[in-house]
Design a protein around this ligand. Structure first.
Ligand SMILES: Cc1cc2nc3c(=O)[nH]c(=O)nc-3n(C[C@H](O)[C@H](O)[C@H](O)COP(=O)(O)O)c2cc1C
Length: 195
């Protein structure tokens, strides 16, 4: 078990959403995956995040709305780019929006720490999906940052998209990609050694 877990973590690789298909997890499996995703370090036990699930016909409705918003952009090149990216929102089988929903001006827990916890939820959801035999990719896109798109996708005031986690069945095995050299990014602290 320990060996398997280490091997999984050592070789974990994203399969892009474009290379995923149906089926996605059923409702019970997805719920279990979300419970795993929510089991993250969370300073102050604030649970400063929540999930929005895009599935079935309503996912296509979400895409259609994003395309409509994209089409209001005056610059033609940008308009086409945004519409194309919006279509990718349909990739995979189920999409889970991990929404950072921090408590602003919390007296003890800085906003940054609440946002980091939302990032941890995203990574945990990738792990949970893969542990259940699914492929998963963490994506954002212009609609994660555009206010009108945020409202359309269901975000409330003060919330941000930590990630859209596309989940589906892998159509092909993952290929390797370069990883950072650990010795280059790791130093042993000594006094006076500034960055
Ligand atoms: C916050 C965040 C947002 C991302 N958004 C995108 C994106 O919009 N498009 C994209 O191709 N990859 C995006 N990525 C990168 C992919 O999730 C992933 O890292 C990439 O496919 C390589 O996968 P791997 O390193 O997990 O194997 C994002 C990653 C993070 C952490």
């Amino acid at each position: 078990m320990v060996g398997q877990l280490v091997e999984y973590l050592r070789t974990r690789r994203t399969i892009p959403a474009a290379q995923m298909g149906e089926p996605g997890p059923d409702a019970e499996t997805l719920r279990e995956m979300l419970a795993i995703a929510a089991r993250v370090p969370d300073h102050g036990k604030l649970a400063p995040w929540r999930f929005i699930v895009f599935e079935g016909e309503r996912r296509q409705q979400a895409v259609d709305g994003l395309i409509r918003i994209a089409e209001t952009v005056p610059d033609e090149k940008e308009r086409r780019f945004r519409a194309e990216k919006a279509r990718f929102f349909a990739d995979g089988a189920v999409i889970v929006g991990v929404i950072s929903a921090p408590i602003a001006d919390h007296p003890k827990i800085p906003l940054w720490e609440q946002q980091l916890s939302a990032g941890a939820v995203c990574l945990n959801l990738l792990h949970a999906a893969q542990a259940h035999g699914f492929a998963a990719q963490w994506l954002t896109g212009w609609f994660a940052y555009d206010e009108e798109a945020q409202r359309w996708l269901g975000l409330k005031e003060g919330e941000r998209v930590a990630g859209f986690i596309h989940i589906g069945t892998p159509k092909m095995p993952p290929s390797e990609r370069d990883r950072p050299d650990i010795d280059t990014i790791t130093t042993s602290w000594r006094p006076g050694a500034e960055g």
